[in-house]
Design a protein around this ligand. Structure first.
Ligand code: SF4
Length: 504
C-alpha cells in the first residue's frame, strides 16, 4: 500500500519474467468505497499512500489509543470516557456519519482503515503488544458503535452477515420462562433472541446476562452490542496472530521497519513533539534567571528533581545539565539568562572554569555555537517524556531522566512527599502505576491531584476544553499547564495548546 519509488526485483531477473506471469507484477490496486462508518477491518487496504501519510495517520490513531488507555488507567467511567474522548477523536481521528453529509466521509474512513492496519503491523510482534492493541481497538470500536446513528449502525450490523441463529417462535415458547429469567425482564416482554456458541460471548456469560443451554448462549436483542463487539475482538485477535506470522518478511523493508519500530516504542510511552507555543505563556512575563526558584514549583518531577539537586550540590552532571537547559530554553529562558542562571548556580567553581568547561555546552544547546548549519540559531529541542523514559538509566551521581522510572519506589515516594504530594491514596496508586511501568500515567495522576481544585474550576466554568486537559506527554506541557492553572484569573491566562511544532 506504500507508493513504490523502485522495484525490488533485480533488473536482470525482471527481464526473464515469464510474460504470462507479468499480470501478477502489475497488480491493479484500488481505492475502497466505504459504505459504513464502522469497520471490522476484514480487508487490508491496497491503494497507494505516501510514507508521510503512513506515519502521520498512524501517529494520530496512536494518540487516540493512548488517551483511551489513559482513561481506563485512571478509572474513568464509560460516560466520562466518551465525553473526554470526543474532542480527542474529533481532532485526531474524525469519523462522521452519513447523515452529516460531510464531503470528507471517504477520506476519514480511509484514514481510519489504513491507520488501523498500520498499527496492526506495528503491534503484532509480541503477545503483550497484541493484547494491548486488541483491548484498545475494542474500546474504540465500542465507543463508536454506541455513538453511531442507530439506523446506520443497524445497516452496518446487517452487512456483517454474522452467523447468529435467530431463536424461532416455537423454541422461544418452549424456553419462555428460562429466557425471561435470564434477561431479568417482566412477563409478556417479547423481544428477539439470538443463539450463538457460548465461547463467542464470554463477557455476557461472565456477567450472567444470557441463558446457557446445550452449548449455546441465548442472547436478547438489546445485548446486540456485546455480540458485535465480541465478534470484533475475536476477528481482530485471529488477524493479529496471522500478522505476527507474516511480520518477519517486513523486516526487509528498510523504509517501513524504522517507522514501525518507532510506533511500537510510542505505544509504550506516547511521544510528543515540543511545541514552540509552550514558551509563549499568556500572563507570564519574560523569565529571568532569578525567577527559576519560584517557577520550579510548577515543574514536573523530572525537572524539579534536577533543580533540587542543583541547589543542594551547586552542581549537575552533564546529562542533567543538558536535560535541564533544554527544558529551561523550552519555557522561554533566553540564552543570556540561562548563562546567568548556571553561573550563579555553580557557586563552588570560579569564573575561569565555568567559561572553559560549561559555557560552550550551554551555548551549544541554544544553537549559538557548533552543530550543523541546520541547527545553528535554533539548537536542540527540549526532550519529551518518551525520550526521557527510554534513554539509558542514569549512573551513580546522575539525576537526569524521569524519576518515575529511574527511582526505586522506596526512594520515589519520599521524593514525591518532599515536593508536597502527601495524599496516601495517590502515593499508593503511583506505586502501582510504576510497578506496571506506567510512568507517565503516574506523573499525570500527580498532576491531576496537585491541580484538582483548579481543574474542577476550569471544567465547571467551561473556560478550558476537555482537549486542554489531555494526557501530558512532555515536561514543557506540564509546566505550561501547571503555571496557567495556578494563575487562573490573572490577565489572559487560558490558552494551552495549539501552534507550530518546533522541528527535532
Ligand atoms: Fe517528566 Fe514526563 Fe517523567 Fe513526568 S512523565 S516526570 S513530565 S519525564
Amino acid at each position: 500500500m506504500i507508493r513504490h519509488d523502485y522495484s525490488r526485483v533485480d533488473p536482470k531477473r525482471r527481464a526473464n519474467i515469464d510474460h504470462k506471469k507479468k499480470q501478477f507484477a502489475t497488480a491493479e490496486y484500488q481505492q475502497l468505497n466505504y459504505e459504513h462508518r464502522l469497520n471490522f477491518y476484514d480487508l487490508p487496504p491496497t491503494a497507494e499512500i505516501t510514507l508521510e501519510e503512513f506515519e502521520t495517520w498512524a501517529i494520530n490513531r496512536l494518540k487516540v489509543l493512548s488517551e483511551l488507555e489513559g482513561c481506563s488507567f485512571r478509572n474513568k467511567g464509560p460516560e466520562e470516557t466518551a465525553e473526554y474522548m470526543k474532542g480527542i477523536l474529533d481532532k485526531h481521528l474524525p469519523l462522521k456519519s452519513d447523515s452529516s453529509r460531510s464531503q470528507k466521509l471517504q477520506d476519514e474512513r480511509r484514514r481510519d482503515h489504513y491507520s488501523h492496519f498500520i498499527l496492526r503491523l506495528a503491534f503484532s510482534s509480541t503477545e503483550d503488544l497484541r493484547r494491548r492493541f486488541s483491548r484498545l481497538e475494542t474500546m474504540l470500536f465500542r465507543l463508536r458503535f454506541k455513538d453511531d446513528d442507530p439506523r446506520e449502525r443497524q445497516g452496518f450490523v446487517h452487512s456483517l452477515n454474522l452467523e447468529w441463529d435467530e431463536v424461532k417462535e416455537d423454541e422461544k415458547r418452549e424456553l419462555r420462562e428460562e429466557l425471561l429469567a435470564a434477561s431479568g425482564q417482566k412477563k409478556g416482554d417479547d423481544q428477539e433472541w439470538f443463539k450463538v456458541d457460548w465461547e463467542r460471548v464470554p463477557e455476557l456469560v461472565e456477567q450472567r446476562r444470557v441463558l446457557l443451554k446445550r452449548g449455546k448462549a441465548y442472547v436478547p436483542q438489546r445485548e446486540q452490542m456485546s455480540l458485535v463487539v465480541a465478534e470484533f475482538t475475536r476477528k481482530l485477535d485471529d488477524a493479529l496472530e496471522l500478522t505476527a506470522r507474516a511480520l518477519p518478511r517486513l523486516d526487509e523493508d528498510d523504509r517501513l521497519a524504522p517507522i514501525l519500530a518507532h510506533l511500537a516504542q510510542s505505544f509504550a510511552t506516547p511521544d510528543a513533539a515540543y511545541s514552540s507555543t509552550d514558551a509563549n505563556i499568556d500572563g507570564l512575563s519574560a523569565i529571568r534567571a532569578t525567577s527559576i526558584d519560584t517557577l520550579a514549583q510548577n515543574f514536573p518531577l523530572c525537572m524539579r528533581n534536577l533543580h533540587m539537586t542543583l541547589r543542594e550540590n551547586s552542581h549537575l552532571k552533564h546529562y542533567g545539565r543538558l536535560q535541564y537547559s533544554l527544558f529551561l530554553k523550552g519555557i522561554g529562558l533566553s540564552l543570556d539568562e540561562c548563562l546567568v542562571f548556571w553561573r550563579r548556580s555553580f557557586k563552588l567553581i570560579d569564573d575561569d572554569k565555568f567559561q572553559k568547561e560549561y559555557k560552550y555546552n550551554i551555548r551549544h544547546v541554544y544553537g549559538d555555537v557548533g552543530g550543523d548549519a541546520n541547527r545553528r540559531g535554533r539548537g536542540y529541542t527540549p526532550y519529551s517524556c518518551q525520550k526521557l523514559l527510554t534513554e539509558p538509566a542514569p549512573g551513580p551521581g546522575q539525576t537526569h531522566g524521569c524519576p518515575y522510572r529511574t527511582y526505586k519506589p522506596e526512594n520515589l515516594i519520599p521524593l514525591l512527599q518532599r515536593v508536597g504530594v502527601n495524599d496516601r491514596d495517590v502515593l499508593k496508586t503511583v506505586r502501582e502505576d510504576v510497578g506496571k511501568q506506567r510512568y507517565h500515567v503516574a506523573c499525570n495522576r500527580v498532576f491531576e491531584w496537585s491541580h484538582k481544585n483548579e481543574i474542577k474550576k476550569v471544567k465547571e466554568d467551561g473556560s478550558w476544553s476537555v482537549n486542554d486537559l489531555d494526557t501530558i506527554v512532555h515536561p514543557n506541557t506540564y509546566f505550561k499547564r501547571s503555571w496557567l492553572l495556578k494563575h487562573l484569573g490573572e490577565g489572559n491566562v487560558g490558552v494551552v495548546n495549539g501552534g507550530e511544532k518546533m522541528e527535532e
